[in-house]
Design a protein around this ligand. Sequence first.
Ligand code: GLN
Length: 485
Amino acid sequence: MNANELTIKQARELLDRGDLTAIELTQACLLRIKELDRHVKACLTVCSDEALEMAKAADERLKKGERTSLLGIPCLVKDILLTKGIKTTAASKMLENYIAPYDATVVKKIKEAGAIILGKTNLDEFAHGASTENSAYGPTHNPWDLTRVPGGSSGGSAAGVASNMCLFALGTDTGGSIRQPASFCGVCGMKPTYGLVSRFGLMSMTSSTDTVGVFAKTAEDTALVLQTISGKDEKDLTTSETKLKYDFQDSLKGIKIGLPKEYFIDELDGEVKKIVEEATEQLKNLGAEIIEISLPNTKYAVPAYYIITPSEVSSNLARFDGVGFGLSANHEEIKNIKEFYQKSRGLGFGPEAKRRIMLGTYALSAGYYDAYYIKAQKVRAKIKEEFIEAFKNVDIIITPTSPHVAFKIGEKVDDPLQMYLEDIFLSGVSLAGLPGFSIPAGFKNGLPVGVQLIGSKFNEAVLLNLAYNYQKITNWHLQKPQLSF
Ligand code: GLN
């Protein structure tokens, strides 16, 4: 086994015992990136020199007997999270050469815990999308089948973990961007409760649903990283005092799992459905009780999300005007300030960002605001209430993560509506601010399938414990794509 194939837990033991150095582990990951990333294209930036420096520092700390959660563990970071001294592009032309003056709080936290940042991962521009094809720098390829998408928007982070380029990765999830790529790439992907993890230094997309979360190889590793990045941040006033506490138990006795019938729709692939049913059956054997539930407003989640998201996007992207932030059009050819804004924004943003700015500006404009934006917020309130009601009777809700396996690159990219429907099982959770955890549960034609575990607010520990127990009796999460060139 190569060191880059280790889980965090395995590497932790070896590093702590002195049987592996952070330098060796980092070199193994960098070598893997070098071998594979020409084909997978998970990374937009690889910072080998900085990573080796960090590894050297980690080895010194280890030698002194220091033991922090991520000391010496190499990772990748989605390129929408600010990293001091390392480029952060949001996969946009707008920020092609942008170097942030400070670290995002999550980046600061993993660095303090001793993690080593290998590079920055590809995404749909500004996290708008579900396939990573909206990146201004070309798509990422799914390591299980290079002709397919890895999902998105955090496709690079998911592909990086799936192909063992790193031991974990940070991603963001606004409406599914961790859970869906985790499902498509066969890794664990946790979107935490809104407010558990700081958003400071994350470039805002939809401020009311943006979250930073974790891609990892196991539930145990996910818990460790999530615990490290969670907690109050005075720089993000929406963070709660809650820091993740978890405790793995050996049974699921007494756990009630809800199966919402609205998630088992006609569009759901038959084999994916079977995999979710099999997983449910196994959870039952582990002691859980399965209860059929109803979430009748599920079908309104995508329409409400696609009013609220563009509305917030249109406002958040206004800062990229070529003056304060972003690409500046060539001054010499420009006659006035309006033309300067038009040219700068026209050149800097890709088609999906432009589409969302237009949709959002429309939904927020006088005369349409009540009909669209306010109505969408009312729907959102209903969806939230419905989840709160459901969690009075169950501890966890289980659903498919995606209606199907990874699709082909190019298959949906020209059809925004089809792409938006990718979020069908995901946007409700985001609108309600709940935690969602996608874990590998099977394969269809050699392509991974994930199931989504949904919890009530700040109940990540229950999801992690369930996944931990499931992973003790299954090996879906251990299977890796066979890639060699
Ligand atoms: N697919 C969703 C969208 O395009 C989710 C994006 C995200 O979570 N960042 O908005």
